[in-house]
Design a protein around this ligand. Structure first.
Ligand code: AMP
Length: 273
């Protein structure tokens, strides 16, 4: 499939051409039409799948169509992500895909002075990318109102919970209008994540690309059946391959790791445990 077979507007197709992106990735092909049709989406996808464009592109298009063009921009879409790096990456993507539209966007995150971020917010934005702490802080200070948000994205939800942002997310949910479109992305979908997703989404369409915890395509895996006594010899045999330069060996226990390191050392393989 080609991008121009998707129901995308000319300014976005032109920006994609500039990037020399011709074909949507699997998640983009599935998510873009669903999001344009205003569905809630539960996406199971890792970074590297083209996930960012999968939600950024249809959001830019929806805002482009909602926007009247007059007056100060209203905050129509909020994207929340756990880290500063991810927030910047998403905002960079949005800049690229929206360059031929009038979309105003900003990114906010903690760990830096708030002045420049506040200046941008004061001028008005349609779309805000944010990490949870700074977002709540600037809401408390009255610089951000979520009452006009029509599209809410929670990105990397599993990392968000791992980093202890669950209460921040729950606070945010109380501030968002209940009538909204919500998109929820996570690399993994354990029960805790699914129950959070249930609180956020209404009749979501489910999208899954790459089975959860799949191995990178560049990695080959082998399984050897052996026993305790032969295990050491087998490891040494594998390590005699000259092509092998550096090796990471996992062991169940600390003592096991020490024993493996000692044995390898005896066989003149330089090892640390
Ligand atoms: P993401 O999973 O969003 O972090 O994207 C992974 C990388 O793929 C980023 O560098 C994107 O710029 C790139 N990318 C996204 N969509 C496409 C596409 N349709 N064709 C080629 N590259 C893409």
């Amino acid at each position: 499939m080609k991008f121009d077979e998707l129901p995308l507007i000319a300014p976005i197709l032109r920006a994609l051409q500039d990037k020399k992106y011709t074909e949507p990735t699997a998640i983009q092909e599935k998510a873009i039409p669903l999001i344009l049709e205003q569905n809630d989406v539960l996406g199971s996808a890792q970074t590297g799948t083209g996930k960012t464009a999968a939600f950024a592109i249809p959001i830019i298009q929806r805002i482009h169509k909602m926007e009247s063009g007059g007056g100060k921009p209203q905050l129509l879409s909020l994207i929340v992500t756990p880290t500063r790096e991810l927030a910047i990456q998403i905002d960079d993507n949005i800049r690229l895909y929206s360059k031929y539209t009038n979309l105003k966007h900003a990114v906010i995150f903690g760990g830096v002075k708030q002045g420049q971020q506040v200046d941008k917010l004061k001028r008005g934005v349609h779309l805000l990318v944010a990490t949870p702490g700074r977002l709540l802080d600037l809401i408390d200070q009255g610089y951000i109102r979520l009452s006009d948000v029509k599209i809410f994205v929670l990105d990397e939800a599993d990392r968000m919970l791992d980093m202890g942002f669950v209460n921040d997310v729950k606070k945010l949910l109380k501030l968002l209008p209940s009538q909204r479109q919500s998109l929820f992305f996570s690399a993994t979908m354990p029960k805790s994540i699914l129950s959070l997703a249930n609180e956020i989404l209404t009749n979501p369409k489910k999208i899954e690309v790459n089975p959860v915890s799949s191995t990178a395509e560049t990695i080959q895996q082998f399984l050897f059946y052996t026993n305790r006594t032969d295990k050491k010899k087998l490891l040494l045999h594998i390590l005699t391959d000259q092509k092998i330069d550096q090796v990471l060996v996992f062991s169940r226990t600390k003592h096991g790791a020490d024993r493996i390191a000692r044995d390898l050392h005896k066989n003149r393989i330089s090892t640390a445990a």
